[in-house]
Design a protein around this ligand. Structure first.
Ligand code: FAD
Ligand code: NAP
Length: 440
């Protein structure tokens, strides 16, 4: 029986494979598509039922290369601060080559079922080439299958006769040409897509049910996420917020009065919408901001303020559902994107089932996934997680903390703060090393 099975070869699966190798563990590793990179493999047509990577042609990440890189491999000198998706994929390819990961991965292989059995896990994998399936026993399973692939589609009253697409299906701006475009949702997808539509569409509107704090990519010439550090993140939120607010004011002016509603919750209490372009375009009247959609009426969309608009193309940039089709609900129930995991990694009721990358940081995911993977590898090696009651209590504390800090939304169920979470993971790794040292 091998030690583990890894599901997925996106950024999280890659760093999980490296961590298991570092700990001398045996594993199999399966990826649905034909190559590594997950979200960052632009236009990949071969992700089967999950559709393609949601990246669009112009996508640049919104976290700086310094914050996004794995600790084990800095982004090469001379690469831009905010990488294009093709550069990020290249970086992941270099990572895979450097640590000789590729020979361990079996591509075009979909994990279809993961079932607990007598203290181990039975994993069924189907080949996408010949449809054959086989089931293998592992001591542990590391789920790194991503959480940005299954679109959330709002259901509104009425029929829409124009073209409708989710942001995950958007690729190139030719689709906007000459059309009246309405984008729903003011997350990063909505902000990027509405801004890009402006140079092509006949008109662009953006519907939001409560607004968002719009954060520029740069503050006084420096990448925004580099204004924070491990020290500042230890301060209480109001003390972190005050200087941040001043910096934002200096770099982008006041949002109030710009046309983009300021949400009722404060800065650092929602996932940030990072956009250099959105506020200027709204101020210039090139994007009209609308409230929530009330209903659809043929070629019109009616908003909750009673106004309506003729729309040719409706883009729902309404986010993603967390979903693990290979796991039975009796093993893990995900309700409204809530997943009850200890430190966002360990299933307290299912020993040996671990998750990497199932977080939504205020900041970049990859270095946090790298730290999670290093911890998971130690758990697979035999470092014990805390007793079940301790894990359950911690999960409940996390849930209450999120509920009291963030506005209620399916996008804020797996939120973490970059530095505190990284520190928590590093402490967990130290604890696990200590336990392994004591045991051996
Ligand atoms: C448009 C967009 C922009 C983003 N920008 C940023 C950013 O700027 N900064 C940032 O930190 N994060 C960003 N993210 C978040 C992004 O999801 C992460 O950066 C990162 O790609 C997550 O990697 P992952 O490996 O966890 O998931 P994925 O990249 O989704 O990879 C999961 C892999 O698992 C495979 N898989 C899934 N199910 C199975 C199965 N059953 N069997 C076998 N294989 C399977 C998939 O094919 C895929 O290759 C963005 C997300 C989106 C959608
Ligand atoms: N350039 C980049 O790096 C980039 C670009 C795109 C995406 N991303 C990342 O990709 C991830 C997904 O981003 P996303 O923007 O696609 O999704 P998201 O962050 O989940 O945002 C979804 C948006 O849609 C709204 N919404 C959801 N359901 C709705 C409904 N029924 N009616 C009206 N509005 C609704 C949400 O409003 P509420 O807040 O009210 O729920 C929110 O404004 C994030 O991690 C993001 O940072 C990054």
């Amino acid at each position: 029986v091998k030690d583990a099975c890894i599901i997925g070869a996106g950024a999280s699966g890659l760093t999980a494979a490296k961590a298991l190798l570092d700990q001398g563990l045996s594993f199999d590793w399966f990826e649905l598509g034909s190559g590594i990179g997950g979200n960052w493999r632009y236009g990949s047509w071969d992700r089967g039922q999950y559709g393609r990577s949601p990246a669009y042609a112009s996508l640049h990440v919104d976290t700086s290369k310094e914050r996004m890189a794995f600790a084990d491999l800095p982004v090469p000198e001379g690469w831009p601060t905010y990488l294009h998706h093709s550069e990020l994929l290249r970086y992941l390819e270099v990572y895979a080559e450097r640590f000789r990961l590729l020979p361990h991965c079996t591509f075009r292989s979909e994990v279809t079922r993961v079932v607990p059995d007598a203290g181990d896990w039975l994993v069924t994998v189907r080949s996408r080439d010949d449809g054959s399936a086989r089931t293998t026993r592992y001591r542990a399973v590391v789920v790194a299958s991503g959480h940005h692939w299954k679109p959330i589609e709002p259901s509104w009253v009425g029929e829409f006769t124009g073209i409708r697409m989710h942001s995950s299906a958007y690729r190139t701006p030719d689709v906007f040409e000459g059309r009246r475009v309405l984008v729903v949702g003011i997350g990063n997808s909505g902000a990027d897509i509405a801004s890009e539509a402006v140079s092509h569409a006949a008109s662009v509107s953006l519907s939001t049910r409560r607004g968002a704090h719009i954060i520029p990519r740069y503050i006084l010439g420096r990448a925004t996420d580099q204004w924070t550090g491990p020290g500042a993140s230890r301060l209480p939120l109001p003390l972190q917020r005050a200087p941040y607010r001043v910096l934002l004011w200096l770099s982008r002016g006041r949002q109030r009065g710009s046309g983009v509603p300021v949400p009722p919750n404060r800065l650092l209490e929602e996932h940030p919408t990072v956009s250099q372009e959105l506020l200027p375009l709204v101020r210039a009247g090139q994007i009209v901001v609308r409230p929530d959609v009330a209903r659809l009426d043929g070629d019109r969309v009616v908003f909750v303020d009673g106004r309506s608009e003729l729309v040719d193309l409706l883009v729902t940039a309404t986010g993603y559902e967390i979903c693990f089709p290979f796991l039975d609900r009796a093993v893990l129930e995900v309700r409204d994107n809530e997943v009850g995991l200890f430190r966002r990694v360990v299933h307290p009721e299912a020993p040996g089932l671990y998750f990497v990358g199932l977080i939504q940081p205020l900041g970049a995911i990859m270095p946090l996934a790298e730290a999670q993977a290093a911890w998971v590898a130690r758990l697979v090696r035999g470092a014990p997680p805390p007793p079940r009651e301790v894990m359950r209590a911690s999960i409940e504390r996390d849930r209450v903390a999120l509920e009291s800090r963030y506005v209620e939304s399916r996008r804020h169920t797996i939120q973490v703060d970059y530095w505190p979470y990284l520190n928590e993971m590093r402490a967990a790794i130290r604890e696990a090393d200590h336990a392994l040292g004591v045991a051996s």
